[in-house]
Design a protein around this ligand. Structure first.
Ligand SMILES: Cc1cc2nc3c(=O)[nH]c(=O)nc-3n(C[C@H](O)[C@H](O)[C@H](O)COP(=O)(O)OP(=O)(O)OC[C@H]3O[C@@H](n4cnc5c(N)ncnc54)[C@H](O)[C@@H]3O)c2cc1C
Length: 512
Protein backbone atom coordinates (compact mmCIF):
# COMPACT_ATOMS: atom_id res chain seq x y z
CA UNK A 1 0.00 0.00 0.00
CA UNK A 2 1.18 3.60 -0.54
CA UNK A 3 3.17 5.22 2.26
CA UNK A 4 1.79 8.29 4.05
CA UNK A 5 4.61 8.93 6.50
CA UNK A 6 6.01 12.46 5.91
CA UNK A 7 9.73 11.56 5.89
CA UNK A 8 9.37 8.53 3.62
CA UNK A 9 8.03 8.60 0.10
CA UNK A 10 6.84 5.86 -2.18
CA UNK A 11 8.86 7.35 -5.01
CA UNK A 12 11.71 9.86 -5.10
CA UNK A 13 12.15 11.38 -8.54
CA UNK A 14 15.49 13.03 -9.32
CA UNK A 15 14.93 15.90 -11.76
CA UNK A 16 11.99 18.23 -12.39
CA UNK A 17 12.39 18.34 -16.15
CA UNK A 18 9.34 17.49 -18.25
CA UNK A 19 9.81 13.75 -17.78
CA UNK A 20 10.15 13.87 -13.98
CA UNK A 21 7.16 16.19 -13.70
CA UNK A 22 4.92 14.11 -15.95
CA UNK A 23 5.92 10.96 -14.09
CA UNK A 24 5.02 12.67 -10.80
CA UNK A 25 1.54 13.40 -12.21
CA UNK A 26 1.12 9.79 -13.30
CA UNK A 27 2.10 8.45 -9.89
CA UNK A 28 -0.15 10.89 -8.03
CA UNK A 29 -3.06 9.81 -10.23
CA UNK A 30 -2.79 6.43 -8.52
CA UNK A 31 -2.37 8.01 -5.08
CA UNK A 32 1.25 7.09 -4.37
CA UNK A 33 3.40 9.65 -2.52
CA UNK A 34 6.02 11.43 -4.61
CA UNK A 35 8.78 13.92 -4.00
CA UNK A 36 10.65 15.47 -6.92
CA UNK A 37 14.16 16.74 -6.17
CA UNK A 38 15.44 19.35 -8.59
CA UNK A 39 18.99 20.69 -8.60
CA UNK A 40 18.13 24.10 -10.10
CA UNK A 41 16.60 26.59 -7.71
CA UNK A 42 14.91 28.48 -10.53
CA UNK A 43 12.90 26.60 -13.17
CA UNK A 44 13.42 29.39 -15.71
CA UNK A 45 16.32 29.39 -18.16
CA UNK A 46 16.82 31.36 -21.39
CA UNK A 47 17.32 28.05 -23.22
CA UNK A 48 13.81 26.90 -22.26
CA UNK A 49 12.20 29.98 -23.80
CA UNK A 50 11.94 30.93 -27.43
CA UNK A 51 13.55 30.45 -29.83
CA UNK A 52 15.71 27.52 -28.57
CA UNK A 53 13.20 26.06 -26.14
CA UNK A 54 10.82 25.15 -28.98
CA UNK A 55 10.03 21.42 -29.08
CA UNK A 56 7.96 19.40 -31.49
CA UNK A 57 5.53 16.98 -29.86
CA UNK A 58 4.49 13.88 -31.80
CA UNK A 59 1.26 11.87 -31.87
CA UNK A 60 1.83 9.50 -28.90
CA UNK A 61 2.86 12.45 -26.70
CA UNK A 62 -0.18 14.51 -27.66
CA UNK A 63 -2.42 11.53 -27.03
CA UNK A 64 -0.82 10.92 -23.63
CA UNK A 65 -1.26 14.56 -22.63
CA UNK A 66 -4.85 14.56 -23.90
CA UNK A 67 -5.61 11.35 -21.97
CA UNK A 68 -4.61 13.14 -18.80
CA UNK A 69 -6.40 16.41 -19.63
CA UNK A 70 -3.13 18.33 -19.89
CA UNK A 71 -3.16 19.20 -23.57
CA UNK A 72 -5.65 22.07 -23.44
CA UNK A 73 -3.66 23.82 -20.69
CA UNK A 74 -0.38 23.33 -22.59
CA UNK A 75 -1.90 24.71 -25.79
CA UNK A 76 -3.23 27.72 -23.86
CA UNK A 77 0.16 28.40 -22.24
CA UNK A 78 1.77 28.06 -25.65
CA UNK A 79 -0.65 30.53 -27.25
CA UNK A 80 0.48 33.22 -24.82
CA UNK A 81 4.11 32.75 -25.88
CA UNK A 82 3.32 32.29 -29.55
CA UNK A 83 2.45 35.93 -30.06
CA UNK A 84 6.06 37.01 -29.37
CA UNK A 85 8.54 37.98 -32.06
CA UNK A 86 10.88 35.19 -30.98
CA UNK A 87 8.13 32.66 -31.63
CA UNK A 88 7.75 33.94 -35.15
CA UNK A 89 11.49 33.64 -35.74
CA UNK A 90 11.49 30.11 -34.31
CA UNK A 91 8.67 29.00 -36.58
CA UNK A 92 10.13 30.44 -39.77
CA UNK A 93 9.71 27.17 -41.61
CA UNK A 94 5.95 27.34 -41.02
CA UNK A 95 5.84 30.38 -43.29
CA UNK A 96 6.90 28.38 -46.33
CA UNK A 97 4.45 28.25 -49.28
CA UNK A 98 3.71 24.51 -48.86
CA UNK A 99 2.83 23.29 -45.38
CA UNK A 100 5.81 21.25 -44.11
CA UNK A 101 4.86 18.26 -41.94
CA UNK A 102 8.32 17.47 -40.62
CA UNK A 103 11.79 16.66 -41.82
CA UNK A 104 14.52 14.05 -42.00
CA UNK A 105 18.01 15.56 -41.74
CA UNK A 106 16.40 18.81 -42.82
CA UNK A 107 14.73 17.31 -45.90
CA UNK A 108 11.11 18.29 -45.55
CA UNK A 109 7.98 16.30 -46.29
CA UNK A 110 4.61 17.93 -46.78
CA UNK A 111 1.11 17.41 -45.45
CA UNK A 112 -0.50 17.11 -48.87
CA UNK A 113 1.76 14.15 -49.78
CA UNK A 114 0.87 12.03 -46.73
CA UNK A 115 -1.72 9.31 -47.15
CA UNK A 116 -3.22 9.10 -43.66
CA UNK A 117 -5.93 6.75 -44.96
CA UNK A 118 -3.33 3.98 -44.78
CA UNK A 119 -3.31 4.17 -41.00
CA UNK A 120 -6.18 1.81 -40.53
CA UNK A 121 -6.46 2.17 -36.77
CA UNK A 122 -6.22 5.93 -36.51
CA UNK A 123 -9.42 7.91 -36.12
CA UNK A 124 -9.56 11.72 -36.16
CA UNK A 125 -8.63 13.10 -32.76
CA UNK A 126 -8.60 16.61 -31.32
CA UNK A 127 -5.12 15.76 -29.97
CA UNK A 128 -3.75 16.10 -33.51
CA UNK A 129 -0.51 14.66 -34.82
CA UNK A 130 2.07 17.38 -34.08
CA UNK A 131 2.36 20.49 -31.97
CA UNK A 132 5.21 22.90 -31.29
CA UNK A 133 5.53 24.00 -27.66
CA UNK A 134 8.27 25.68 -25.69
CA UNK A 135 9.83 24.06 -22.66
CA UNK A 136 8.69 26.86 -20.35
CA UNK A 137 5.06 26.42 -21.23
CA UNK A 138 5.28 22.64 -20.96
CA UNK A 139 7.16 22.54 -17.66
CA UNK A 140 4.99 25.24 -16.08
CA UNK A 141 1.79 23.33 -16.82
CA UNK A 142 3.27 19.98 -15.70
CA UNK A 143 4.67 21.46 -12.47
CA UNK A 144 1.34 23.12 -11.64
CA UNK A 145 -0.54 19.90 -12.27
CA UNK A 146 1.91 17.78 -10.26
CA UNK A 147 1.68 20.18 -7.32
CA UNK A 148 -2.10 20.38 -7.50
CA UNK A 149 -2.24 16.60 -7.44
CA UNK A 150 -0.13 16.52 -4.27
CA UNK A 151 3.40 15.88 -5.50
CA UNK A 152 6.09 17.73 -3.56
CA UNK A 153 8.60 19.52 -5.80
CA UNK A 154 11.74 20.60 -3.97
CA UNK A 155 13.91 22.92 -6.01
CA UNK A 156 17.54 23.73 -5.27
CA UNK A 157 18.12 20.22 -3.92
CA UNK A 158 20.66 18.18 -5.86
CA UNK A 159 20.76 14.40 -5.59
CA UNK A 160 24.36 13.65 -4.64
CA UNK A 161 24.38 9.94 -3.88
CA UNK A 162 22.11 7.08 -2.81
CA UNK A 163 22.12 3.58 -1.37
CA UNK A 164 19.56 0.94 -2.04
CA UNK A 165 18.49 -2.07 0.00
CA UNK A 166 15.75 -4.68 -0.42
CA UNK A 167 13.28 -2.33 1.26
CA UNK A 168 14.06 0.98 -0.36
CA UNK A 169 16.46 3.73 -1.35
CA UNK A 170 18.14 6.35 0.85
CA UNK A 171 19.00 9.49 -1.08
CA UNK A 172 21.53 12.13 -0.04
CA UNK A 173 20.54 15.55 -1.36
CA UNK A 174 21.75 18.95 -0.24
CA UNK A 175 22.71 17.82 3.27
CA UNK A 176 19.44 15.90 3.76
CA UNK A 177 18.80 12.18 3.75
CA UNK A 178 15.50 11.20 2.19
CA UNK A 179 13.97 7.73 2.12
CA UNK A 180 11.91 6.27 -0.67
CA UNK A 181 10.74 2.84 -1.68
CA UNK A 182 11.78 3.57 -5.25
CA UNK A 183 14.06 6.08 -6.96
CA UNK A 184 13.54 7.19 -10.55
CA UNK A 185 16.35 9.06 -12.28
CA UNK A 186 14.80 11.70 -14.54
CA UNK A 187 17.89 13.83 -14.12
CA UNK A 188 18.80 14.32 -17.76
CA UNK A 189 21.61 13.26 -20.07
CA UNK A 190 24.39 13.45 -17.47
CA UNK A 191 22.28 11.62 -14.89
CA UNK A 192 23.86 11.07 -11.51
CA UNK A 193 21.32 8.33 -10.80
CA UNK A 194 22.44 6.44 -13.89
CA UNK A 195 26.14 6.79 -13.07
CA UNK A 196 25.91 6.13 -9.32
CA UNK A 197 23.43 3.33 -9.95
CA UNK A 198 25.93 1.36 -12.01
CA UNK A 199 23.84 1.35 -15.18
CA UNK A 200 25.74 0.53 -18.36
CA UNK A 201 25.44 3.34 -20.92
CA UNK A 202 26.35 2.06 -24.38
CA UNK A 203 26.45 3.81 -27.72
CA UNK A 204 28.38 5.78 -30.29
CA UNK A 205 30.59 8.86 -29.95
CA UNK A 206 30.09 12.25 -31.58
CA UNK A 207 30.94 13.28 -35.13
CA UNK A 208 30.16 16.95 -34.66
CA UNK A 209 29.58 19.86 -32.31
CA UNK A 210 26.18 21.47 -32.82
CA UNK A 211 25.59 25.13 -31.92
CA UNK A 212 22.37 26.99 -31.17
CA UNK A 213 23.14 30.70 -31.07
CA UNK A 214 21.29 33.98 -31.09
CA UNK A 215 23.47 36.72 -32.54
CA UNK A 216 23.46 40.16 -34.09
CA UNK A 217 25.11 40.25 -37.48
CA UNK A 218 26.67 43.26 -39.22
CA UNK A 219 24.84 42.14 -42.36
CA UNK A 220 21.76 39.99 -41.54
CA UNK A 221 21.22 39.31 -45.27
CA UNK A 222 24.63 37.71 -45.76
CA UNK A 223 23.41 34.23 -44.77
CA UNK A 224 20.82 32.23 -46.68
CA UNK A 225 17.62 31.72 -44.63
CA UNK A 226 16.44 28.18 -43.94
CA UNK A 227 18.77 25.19 -44.02
CA UNK A 228 21.99 25.16 -46.05
CA UNK A 229 24.43 22.28 -46.47
CA UNK A 230 28.00 23.40 -47.04
CA UNK A 231 31.37 21.81 -47.74
CA UNK A 232 32.13 21.73 -43.99
CA UNK A 233 28.78 21.21 -42.26
CA UNK A 234 25.26 22.60 -42.14
CA UNK A 235 23.52 25.67 -40.79
CA UNK A 236 19.95 26.91 -40.44
CA UNK A 237 19.26 30.61 -40.23
CA UNK A 238 16.16 32.55 -39.25
CA UNK A 239 16.47 36.32 -39.61
CA UNK A 240 17.53 38.42 -37.85
CA UNK A 241 19.94 36.22 -35.83
CA UNK A 242 18.78 32.73 -34.81
CA UNK A 243 21.28 30.16 -36.03
CA UNK A 244 21.77 26.42 -35.51
CA UNK A 245 24.90 24.96 -37.05
CA UNK A 246 26.78 21.71 -37.15
CA UNK A 247 30.57 21.60 -37.28
CA UNK A 248 32.04 18.16 -38.02
CA UNK A 249 34.90 18.42 -35.51
CA UNK A 250 34.34 15.06 -33.80
CA UNK A 251 32.59 16.86 -30.94
CA UNK A 252 35.86 18.54 -29.89
CA UNK A 253 34.36 21.96 -29.05
CA UNK A 254 31.43 20.72 -26.94
CA UNK A 255 31.81 21.98 -23.36
CA UNK A 256 35.57 22.23 -23.73
CA UNK A 257 35.90 25.98 -24.26
CA UNK A 258 34.03 29.22 -23.53
CA UNK A 259 31.50 30.18 -26.18
CA UNK A 260 32.99 33.58 -26.94
CA UNK A 261 31.84 35.80 -29.83
CA UNK A 262 35.19 35.18 -31.54
CA UNK A 263 34.81 31.40 -31.33
CA UNK A 264 31.20 31.45 -32.59
CA UNK A 265 32.12 33.83 -35.42
CA UNK A 266 35.03 31.60 -36.47
CA UNK A 267 32.84 28.49 -36.51
CA UNK A 268 30.04 30.30 -38.35
CA UNK A 269 32.48 31.50 -41.01
CA UNK A 270 33.95 28.04 -41.41
CA UNK A 271 30.59 26.26 -41.55
CA UNK A 272 28.75 28.79 -43.74
CA UNK A 273 31.67 29.70 -45.96
CA UNK A 274 30.45 33.33 -45.65
CA UNK A 275 32.60 36.10 -44.20
CA UNK A 276 30.01 37.16 -41.58
CA UNK A 277 30.75 39.51 -38.70
CA UNK A 278 29.12 39.15 -35.29
CA UNK A 279 28.32 42.42 -33.56
CA UNK A 280 26.77 40.69 -30.51
CA UNK A 281 26.36 37.20 -29.10
CA UNK A 282 23.13 37.06 -27.08
CA UNK A 283 22.79 33.36 -26.34
CA UNK A 284 24.83 30.25 -27.15
CA UNK A 285 24.81 26.57 -26.33
CA UNK A 286 26.37 23.47 -27.84
CA UNK A 287 25.28 19.86 -28.26
CA UNK A 288 26.56 16.79 -30.07
CA UNK A 289 25.32 13.69 -31.81
CA UNK A 290 26.51 11.27 -29.10
CA UNK A 291 23.94 8.47 -29.10
CA UNK A 292 23.95 6.39 -25.92
CA UNK A 293 21.35 4.29 -24.16
CA UNK A 294 21.23 2.52 -20.80
CA UNK A 295 21.26 -1.22 -21.46
CA UNK A 296 18.75 -1.71 -18.59
CA UNK A 297 16.11 0.73 -17.40
CA UNK A 298 15.82 -0.79 -13.92
CA UNK A 299 18.30 -2.06 -11.37
CA UNK A 300 16.33 -3.38 -8.40
CA UNK A 301 14.63 -0.27 -6.86
CA UNK A 302 16.21 2.30 -9.16
CA UNK A 303 14.73 3.17 -12.54
CA UNK A 304 15.65 5.55 -15.34
CA UNK A 305 13.42 7.60 -17.63
CA UNK A 306 13.93 10.32 -20.24
CA UNK A 307 17.37 11.64 -21.17
CA UNK A 308 18.80 9.84 -18.14
CA UNK A 309 18.10 6.60 -20.04
CA UNK A 310 18.98 7.72 -23.57
CA UNK A 311 20.70 10.59 -25.34
CA UNK A 312 21.03 11.44 -29.02
CA UNK A 313 21.34 14.51 -31.20
CA UNK A 314 18.34 16.85 -31.10
CA UNK A 315 18.25 16.89 -34.91
CA UNK A 316 15.25 14.66 -35.23
CA UNK A 317 13.40 16.44 -32.42
CA UNK A 318 12.41 13.25 -30.64
CA UNK A 319 14.10 13.13 -27.22
CA UNK A 320 11.35 14.81 -25.26
CA UNK A 321 8.72 12.63 -26.90
CA UNK A 322 10.73 9.56 -26.06
CA UNK A 323 11.04 10.64 -22.42
CA UNK A 324 7.37 11.53 -21.96
CA UNK A 325 6.54 8.15 -23.50
CA UNK A 326 8.76 6.51 -20.86
CA UNK A 327 6.86 8.32 -18.10
CA UNK A 328 3.44 7.33 -19.47
CA UNK A 329 4.58 3.71 -19.74
CA UNK A 330 6.23 3.55 -16.32
CA UNK A 331 3.87 5.56 -14.13
CA UNK A 332 0.88 3.23 -13.90
CA UNK A 333 3.07 0.13 -13.66
CA UNK A 334 5.16 1.47 -10.78
CA UNK A 335 2.01 2.70 -9.03
CA UNK A 336 0.34 -0.72 -9.41
CA UNK A 337 3.39 -2.43 -7.88
CA UNK A 338 3.52 0.05 -4.99
CA UNK A 339 -0.21 -0.36 -4.32
CA UNK A 340 0.21 -4.14 -4.19
CA UNK A 341 -2.01 -4.56 -7.23
CA UNK A 342 0.63 -6.07 -9.49
CA UNK A 343 3.75 -8.18 -9.05
CA UNK A 344 7.10 -6.42 -9.31
CA UNK A 345 7.64 -8.34 -12.55
CA UNK A 346 5.25 -5.91 -14.24
CA UNK A 347 8.15 -3.45 -14.17
CA UNK A 348 10.14 -5.68 -16.50
CA UNK A 349 7.68 -4.79 -19.23
CA UNK A 350 8.74 -1.12 -18.88
CA UNK A 351 12.25 -1.80 -20.16
CA UNK A 352 11.05 -4.49 -22.57
CA UNK A 353 8.70 -2.01 -24.25
CA UNK A 354 10.64 1.23 -24.00
CA UNK A 355 14.20 0.07 -24.67
CA UNK A 356 13.48 -1.01 -28.27
CA UNK A 357 11.67 2.28 -28.86
CA UNK A 358 14.70 4.20 -27.53
CA UNK A 359 17.04 2.15 -29.71
CA UNK A 360 14.88 2.93 -32.75
CA UNK A 361 15.04 6.68 -32.07
CA UNK A 362 18.81 6.56 -31.56
CA UNK A 363 19.18 4.87 -34.93
CA UNK A 364 16.81 7.39 -36.53
CA UNK A 365 19.04 10.21 -35.26
CA UNK A 366 22.21 8.39 -36.41
CA UNK A 367 20.76 7.98 -39.89
CA UNK A 368 20.21 11.74 -40.04
CA UNK A 369 23.80 12.42 -39.00
CA UNK A 370 24.94 10.13 -41.81
CA UNK A 371 22.94 12.26 -44.23
CA UNK A 372 24.53 15.48 -43.03
CA UNK A 373 28.21 14.59 -43.37
CA UNK A 374 29.93 17.13 -45.61
CA UNK A 375 31.03 14.73 -48.32
CA UNK A 376 30.12 14.49 -52.02
CA UNK A 377 28.77 10.95 -51.54
CA UNK A 378 26.44 12.15 -48.78
CA UNK A 379 25.11 14.96 -50.97
CA UNK A 380 24.49 12.36 -53.70
CA UNK A 381 22.54 10.25 -51.21
CA UNK A 382 20.60 13.33 -50.13
CA UNK A 383 19.35 13.76 -53.70
CA UNK A 384 17.93 10.25 -53.63
CA UNK A 385 16.24 10.77 -50.24
CA UNK A 386 14.79 14.06 -51.50
CA UNK A 387 13.23 12.23 -54.46
CA UNK A 388 11.83 9.47 -52.24
CA UNK A 389 10.44 11.75 -49.55
CA UNK A 390 8.53 13.68 -52.21
CA UNK A 391 6.55 10.59 -53.22
CA UNK A 392 3.29 9.60 -51.54
CA UNK A 393 4.84 6.40 -50.18
CA UNK A 394 7.91 8.27 -49.00
CA UNK A 395 6.07 11.11 -47.27
CA UNK A 396 3.72 8.62 -45.59
CA UNK A 397 6.67 6.51 -44.40
CA UNK A 398 8.54 9.48 -42.95
CA UNK A 399 5.39 10.88 -41.33
CA UNK A 400 4.81 7.50 -39.65
CA UNK A 401 8.29 7.60 -38.17
CA UNK A 402 8.53 11.29 -37.30
CA UNK A 403 4.99 11.58 -35.92
CA UNK A 404 5.44 8.10 -34.48
CA UNK A 405 2.04 6.90 -35.60
CA UNK A 406 3.73 3.54 -36.23
CA UNK A 407 4.51 2.99 -32.53
CA UNK A 408 3.56 -0.55 -31.57
CA UNK A 409 4.74 -2.54 -28.58
CA UNK A 410 5.27 -6.24 -28.95
CA UNK A 411 2.65 -7.49 -26.47
CA UNK A 412 1.97 -10.77 -28.25
CA UNK A 413 -1.64 -11.32 -29.29
CA UNK A 414 -2.97 -11.89 -32.79
CA UNK A 415 -4.88 -8.73 -33.48
CA UNK A 416 -2.98 -5.98 -35.38
CA UNK A 417 -4.33 -3.35 -32.98
CA UNK A 418 -2.68 -4.97 -29.94
CA UNK A 419 0.29 -2.90 -28.77
CA UNK A 420 -0.94 0.24 -30.51
CA UNK A 421 -2.52 3.39 -29.17
CA UNK A 422 -6.29 3.02 -28.80
CA UNK A 423 -8.12 4.78 -31.64
CA UNK A 424 -10.11 7.83 -30.60
CA UNK A 425 -13.45 6.01 -30.86
CA UNK A 426 -16.35 8.47 -31.01
CA UNK A 427 -19.29 7.20 -28.96
CA UNK A 428 -22.72 8.24 -30.15
CA UNK A 429 -23.40 9.24 -26.55
CA UNK A 430 -21.12 10.24 -23.69
CA UNK A 431 -17.48 11.27 -23.43
CA UNK A 432 -14.88 10.41 -26.05
CA UNK A 433 -12.30 7.66 -25.50
CA UNK A 434 -9.49 9.92 -24.24
CA UNK A 435 -11.80 11.54 -21.69
CA UNK A 436 -12.56 8.10 -20.31
CA UNK A 437 -8.85 7.45 -19.64
CA UNK A 438 -8.36 10.54 -17.49
CA UNK A 439 -8.71 8.71 -14.19
CA UNK A 440 -5.77 6.45 -15.10
CA UNK A 441 -7.82 3.26 -15.00
CA UNK A 442 -7.81 0.50 -17.60
CA UNK A 443 -10.74 0.56 -19.99
CA UNK A 444 -12.85 -2.21 -21.44
CA UNK A 445 -14.76 -0.95 -24.46
CA UNK A 446 -17.63 -3.20 -25.45
CA UNK A 447 -19.33 -2.32 -28.71
CA UNK A 448 -21.81 -5.17 -28.75
CA UNK A 449 -25.45 -4.67 -27.87
CA UNK A 450 -26.33 -6.30 -24.54
CA UNK A 451 -22.89 -5.67 -23.09
CA UNK A 452 -21.86 -9.32 -22.62
CA UNK A 453 -18.33 -8.59 -21.35
CA UNK A 454 -19.42 -6.60 -18.31
CA UNK A 455 -18.70 -9.55 -15.98
CA UNK A 456 -14.98 -9.48 -16.88
CA UNK A 457 -14.70 -5.86 -15.73
CA UNK A 458 -16.36 -6.73 -12.42
CA UNK A 459 -13.29 -8.80 -11.47
CA UNK A 460 -11.23 -5.61 -11.07
CA UNK A 461 -13.60 -3.14 -9.45
CA UNK A 462 -12.13 0.33 -9.19
CA UNK A 463 -9.27 -0.50 -11.55
CA UNK A 464 -11.03 -1.12 -14.83
CA UNK A 465 -13.78 1.06 -16.29
CA UNK A 466 -16.33 -0.72 -18.41
CA UNK A 467 -17.95 1.19 -21.25
CA UNK A 468 -20.62 -0.21 -23.53
CA UNK A 469 -21.84 1.95 -26.32
CA UNK A 470 -22.42 2.46 -29.99
CA UNK A 471 -19.85 4.17 -32.13
CA UNK A 472 -19.82 6.31 -35.23
CA UNK A 473 -17.10 3.96 -36.59
CA UNK A 474 -15.97 0.87 -34.71
CA UNK A 475 -13.35 -0.14 -37.28
CA UNK A 476 -14.79 -3.64 -37.47
CA UNK A 477 -14.12 -4.28 -33.79
CA UNK A 478 -16.38 -5.93 -31.21
CA UNK A 479 -14.44 -5.08 -28.05
CA UNK A 480 -11.12 -3.57 -27.00
CA UNK A 481 -9.22 -3.73 -23.71
CA UNK A 482 -7.03 -0.69 -23.08
CA UNK A 483 -4.25 -0.36 -20.48
CA UNK A 484 -4.15 2.76 -18.30
CA UNK A 485 -1.58 4.28 -20.67
CA UNK A 486 -3.95 4.02 -23.63
CA UNK A 487 -2.22 1.02 -25.22
CA UNK A 488 -4.49 -1.71 -26.57
CA UNK A 489 -3.75 -5.01 -24.77
CA UNK A 490 -6.51 -7.08 -26.35
CA UNK A 491 -8.95 -6.63 -29.24
CA UNK A 492 -11.64 -8.76 -30.79
CA UNK A 493 -13.68 -8.37 -33.94
CA UNK A 494 -16.38 -10.69 -32.64
CA UNK A 495 -19.12 -9.29 -30.44
CA UNK A 496 -19.20 -10.75 -26.93
CA UNK A 497 -16.12 -12.92 -27.46
CA UNK A 498 -13.91 -12.85 -24.37
CA UNK A 499 -11.36 -15.37 -25.66
CA UNK A 500 -8.07 -14.11 -24.28
CA UNK A 501 -9.59 -11.04 -22.62
CA UNK A 502 -9.34 -12.37 -19.07
CA UNK A 503 -5.75 -13.44 -19.64
CA UNK A 504 -4.82 -10.06 -21.13
CA UNK A 505 -6.57 -8.19 -18.32
CA UNK A 506 -4.84 -10.32 -15.65
CA UNK A 507 -1.52 -9.74 -17.27
CA UNK A 508 -1.84 -5.99 -17.71
CA UNK A 509 -3.95 -5.01 -14.75
CA UNK A 510 -1.82 -7.51 -12.81
CA UNK A 511 -2.63 -10.10 -10.23
CA UNK A 512 -1.23 -9.36 -6.76
C1 LIG B 1 18.54 22.22 -29.00
C2 LIG B 1 17.61 21.09 -28.61
C3 LIG B 1 16.42 20.90 -29.33
C4 LIG B 1 15.57 19.84 -29.00
N1 LIG B 1 14.40 19.68 -29.72
C5 LIG B 1 13.57 18.66 -29.39
C6 LIG B 1 12.31 18.48 -30.08
O1 LIG B 1 11.94 19.24 -30.97
N2 LIG B 1 11.51 17.43 -29.72
C7 LIG B 1 11.89 16.57 -28.73
O2 LIG B 1 11.14 15.62 -28.46
N3 LIG B 1 13.06 16.73 -28.04
C8 LIG B 1 13.89 17.74 -28.34
N4 LIG B 1 15.04 17.91 -27.63
C9 LIG B 1 15.37 17.00 -26.52
C10 LIG B 1 14.60 17.34 -25.25
O3 LIG B 1 14.77 18.69 -24.88
C11 LIG B 1 15.06 16.43 -24.11
O4 LIG B 1 15.02 15.09 -24.55
C12 LIG B 1 14.16 16.60 -22.89
O5 LIG B 1 14.27 17.89 -22.34
C13 LIG B 1 14.50 15.57 -21.83
O6 LIG B 1 13.70 15.75 -20.69
P1 LIG B 1 14.17 15.16 -19.29
O7 LIG B 1 13.12 15.58 -18.31
O8 LIG B 1 14.48 13.72 -19.46
O9 LIG B 1 15.55 15.86 -18.98
P2 LIG B 1 15.88 17.39 -18.74
O10 LIG B 1 14.96 18.27 -19.50
O11 LIG B 1 17.34 17.51 -18.99
O12 LIG B 1 15.60 17.60 -17.19
C14 LIG B 1 16.43 17.02 -16.22
C15 LIG B 1 16.30 17.81 -14.93
O13 LIG B 1 17.06 17.16 -13.92
C16 LIG B 1 17.76 18.13 -13.18
N5 LIG B 1 18.92 17.47 -12.56
C17 LIG B 1 20.06 17.06 -13.16
N6 LIG B 1 20.86 16.45 -12.27
C18 LIG B 1 20.22 16.46 -11.08
C19 LIG B 1 20.54 15.97 -9.78
N7 LIG B 1 21.68 15.31 -9.54
N8 LIG B 1 19.64 16.16 -8.79
C20 LIG B 1 18.46 16.80 -9.02
N9 LIG B 1 18.12 17.29 -10.24
C21 LIG B 1 18.98 17.11 -11.27
C22 LIG B 1 18.11 19.19 -14.19
O14 LIG B 1 18.36 20.44 -13.56
C23 LIG B 1 16.84 19.21 -15.06
O15 LIG B 1 15.89 20.13 -14.56
C24 LIG B 1 15.92 18.97 -27.94
C25 LIG B 1 17.10 19.18 -27.20
C26 LIG B 1 17.94 20.22 -27.52
C27 LIG B 1 19.21 20.42 -26.73
Amino acid sequence: MPIHHPSTHDVIIAGAGPVGLFLACELRLAGVSVVVLERAADPRSPLKGLPFGMRGLSAPTLEALDRRDLLTAIEAAQRVNASSGAAKAASHWMQAPRRPAGHFAGIQFFHEDIDTARWRYRLPSPAGLTLAVDMHALETVLAERATTMGAEIRRGLEVESFDQSDEGVAVQAGGERLHGRWLVGCDGGRSLVRKAGGFVFAGTGPEFTGYSVEVELADPDALAPGRTYTATGMYTYARPGVIAMVDFDGGAAHRTQPLTPDHVQAVLRRVSGVDVTLTALKLATTWTDRAFQATQYRRARVLLAGDAAHIHSPLGGQGLNLGLGDAMNLGWKLAAVICGEAPVGLLDSYGAERHPEGARILDWSRAQVALMRPTPSTRALETIIRDLIATRDGATYFAEKVWNTSLRYDLGGDHPLVGRSVPEFAFLEGPRTSDRLRDGKALLLDFAPGAPLRSVARRWPGRMSYVAGELADRLGLGAVFVRPDGVVAWASETAGDDGGLSRAASRWIGEP
